[in-house]
Design a protein around this ligand. Structure first.
Ligand code: FMN
Length: 336
């Protein structure tokens, strides 16, 4: 089963979601080597990109193995968004998404992210300007609403994106007000799906093959996007792809079902890639968060998190990772 968004043809219905501070190049490479077909960088501010901020350009760093790849822009000024979109296209990204879902107060009070749900006229001006600027496939990623639970705000935004020649819509079934709490509403994805003819990707609370199948069935959407469940589980994308395309569930989704040897190897690889691409200092900071994803749910995870925070040297960190997984009880050490 495949998914087409404009001229982009993907061999899987499963996408990795843009996640600030998480979906960096090492994260994407670890997942791609285990079956992820399409990845997103984290959102970047159009304002910072047009100013050629070094930090922002670093967030867009990629390598040939990391393709096809989407970028996501945050902003609400049509001219700036168009200029930033041109830069994204020049950099060779296969797809560009416009962020209409970020719930963070500072972002929203700036009229950006989820605030565009409340200002569809401005959103449409952004869509039109970006569409005029580039010819790569375009999507909009939105929430079901700002505060309104009905899903009407997402429908409105999706219709306007389609009217401006966008190629797809990604719908996270939560309101801005909900943040990341509560349950994602897949019926809201269905509402959008019925309102537009461009592909709709459903997002929110997909953690297992059953979740992915349920979302596709409830919403009738063309694909699924996976966010948090992919943290520390780089095998999930292939598992979901197989479940959706062949109707079979492959392997377990639980942390302790993934096998300590596999987890350990993936975490060491992730850490080594962090060192290679971000440098030892940044990698040592990032491993605190990354280590916690991989250890989540395992006995001794809390202690491991505390210990790894103190490690100041690459070889010490690597040894701590190996020791932690080697010390797990036998039932956690079995590979699938
Ligand atoms: C740490 C974190 C960072 C995120 N950063 C972004 C982002 O940069 N752009 C975006 O559109 N969504 C972002 N999101 C939202 C996710 O892409 C996704 O829509 C949300 O987590 C719901 O999907 P899930 O239930 O599969 O996690 C972020 C979420 C988290 C938890």
């Amino acid at each position: 089963m495949s998914l087409s968004i404009g001229a982009l043809h993907l061999p899987s219905l499963v996408m990795q979601s843009p996640m600030a501070g998480c979906s960096d190049l090492p994260f994407r490479l670890v997942a791609r080597r285990r079956g992820l077909a399409f990845a997103f960088t984290e959102m970047v501010s159009a304002h910072s990109l047009v100013r050629r901020s070094r930090k922002t350009l670093a967030l867009l760093r990629t390598v040939p193995e990391d393709r096809p790849l989407g970028a996501q822009l945050l902003g609400s000024d049509p001219a700036k968004m168009a200029a930033a979109a041109s830069m994204i296209a020049e950099l060779g990204f296969e797809l560009l998404d416009i962020n209409c879902g970020c719930p963070v107060k500072k972002v929203v009070s700036n009229g950006e992210g989820a605030a565009l749900l409340k200002d569809p006229d401005r959103a449409e001006r952004v869509f039109a300007a970006v569409r005029r600027a580039v010819d790569i496939p375009l999507t909009v990623k939105t929430r079901k609403g700002f505060q309104d639970e009905s899903g009407k705000e997402a429908v409105e935004l999706a219709r306007r994106a389609q009217a401006q020649g966008f190629d797809g819509v990604i719908v996270h079934g939560r309101t801005q007000k909900q943040g990341y709490g509560g349950k994602a509403d897949h019926e809201a994805v269905a509402l959008v799906r019925r309102a537009v003819s461009i592909p709709v990707i459903g997002n929110g609370d997909v953690r297992s093959p059953e979740d992915a199948r349920r979302l596709m069935a409830v919403a009738g959407c063309q694909g699924v996007m996976v966010g948090r469940a992919g943290l520390g589980n780089p095998w999930l994308y292939r598992e979901l792809h197989r479940a959706l395309s062949e109707g079979e569930a492959v392997g377990g989704g639980e942390a302790d079902g993934r096998g300590a040897a596999r987890l350990c190897a993936a975490l060491l690889e992730h850490f080594d890639l962090e060192v290679e691409f971000l440098g030892a200092r940044q990698a040592s900071l990032n491993i605190r968060r990354i280590g916690a994803w991989y250890a989540c749910g395992l006995p001794g995870a809390k202690d491991f998190r505390v210990r790894i925070c103190r490690a100041q040297d690459i070889s010490v960190t690597r040894r701590m990772i190996s020791d932690f997984f080697a010390s797990l009880p036998a039932r956690n050490r079995e590979d699938l």
